[in-house]
Design a protein around this ligand. Sequence first.
Ligand code: NAG
Ligand code: NAG
Ligand code: NAG
Length: 457
Amino acid sequence: MARANLARPVALGLVLLFLAAEKTDAALFHETMQDHFDGSNDARWQQEYFVNDTFWKGPESGAPIFVCVGGEGPPLDESVTSASVHCNDAVEWLSETGALFFALQHRYYGCQSNSSACPVAYPIESVRDMRFLSSRQALQDLALFHDHMAKAYALTPANRWITFGGSYPGVLAGFARAKFPHLFFAAVSSSSPIFSRLEMPGYYNYVSRAFMEESVGGSKACRDKIALGHARIGDIFAANETAALRKLEAKFSLSSDSLDSLDARRDFAGVGVADFPAQANDPTCTSPCCNIARICETMLDADAHADPIDALAAVCTEFGFLQTCDKGSECMFTQGLVTLDYMFSSSCAVYDFDDIKRTAAAIDRSNTIYGGYHIDTPRILWIGGTVDPWLALSVQYLTREQVRAGQRMLLVKGASHHAWTHPTRDDDQQTVVDARTYLRHVLAGWLREGTQATAQA
Ligand SMILES: *[C@@H]1O[C@H](CO)[C@@H](O)[C@H](O)[C@H]1NC(C)=O
Ligand SMILES: *[C@@H]1O[C@H](CO)[C@@H](O)[C@H](O)[C@H]1NC(C)=O
Ligand SMILES: *[C@@H]1O[C@H](CO)[C@@H](O)[C@H](O)[C@H]1NC(C)=O
């Protein structure tokens, strides 16, 4: 399938930015890049976003900007500005703060609601079209969105941006703050399974066995080729030889020099360079590389990808989150959150709890043994619910450095998956009500401190 040329005239982008200033809760669009890391690719596309400016006090007021990060199905729609499942903690705080609220559709989820507001031609039919699906690209989308909206609304540095999100979008909300601390002043990361990005040797053993399982389309040859590809990548890292590194980056559509540091390498290969669903493998899924059999087909396609690293690059989507859903209405959990199939499936409501507990326990053990991945950027608030199965993968304690840096964490007793981000209901548990109060208290404190710091500077 030929990819559509998504380049749009710049003029259209300017018109759309102008439209953004109008009062509306309908879908708006801003122009963004297909690939933020490839200077030679100037393809653009229209990314959907929503605005609530009902209480916006204007740039000169110094009121904050709340941005709700999209990243989970179903795609955001206009209800996000008044009754958001993931960000109503922000929406319901608008009247008090006079803040401006944005919700940015995730690059690939948006394809589902509007096939022309998508970085590639939709429906997606080839693995190649998935190559712009990555948390790295999604974070750059947020950065560029910040830039465009700051211009469109004539915002000043006094208008501090706070990211909000629950579940996988909560991970992105936290990472956005960590990655772009100069753009995003603070983050509220709710029920975010951030630890699924850890290196987990026990987990690799498990995945390894799954990919050898012939009844689901695996084989020793497939497993060995995946292992060989990763081993070769390890060799390239160990040799640390410039030409080979640049070649590797190019194969995985990474920007040049992005694999120089140990951190970047861990990020890239720490949980595998591609999305390898194992425990909740769905044999009937149809999207590219969505299950073991289809991944192994790609891996073992000797004509197309004789080299094991090339084969991995063909499978790669970067996500370290591995959740797949059974065809019917039952959603099975493995090691994280997102797979290609999950991105485009709609019925992920019911989790298999036994499975979650087993998996969570396994990850817990690995985390205890191998240590955690700690972001120590100031002003991130992590919130988790104690009856939420995802809690096992979320931040449950802060290190001394994180506390010193000014991060906060709240465990909401008896609360399920980001319950406090849902629209308020009369029968909400008291702990959920208290969580919303605490969240405002923490953010208000940070905003006050930020204002004082600016005044002193
Ligand atoms: C903005 O949010 C408030 C709740 O804080 C809601 O009442 C209002 O309808 C929303 N406005 C839009 C345009 O969605
Ligand atoms: C779909 O997206 C395009 C931008 O690519 C936009 O112009 C169009 O209005 C959108 N359609 C709907 C129904 O929102
Ligand atoms: C690789 O070598 C470069 C110098 O060429 C150095 O800056 C970098 O830190 C090295 N990376 C690792 C992980 O050793």
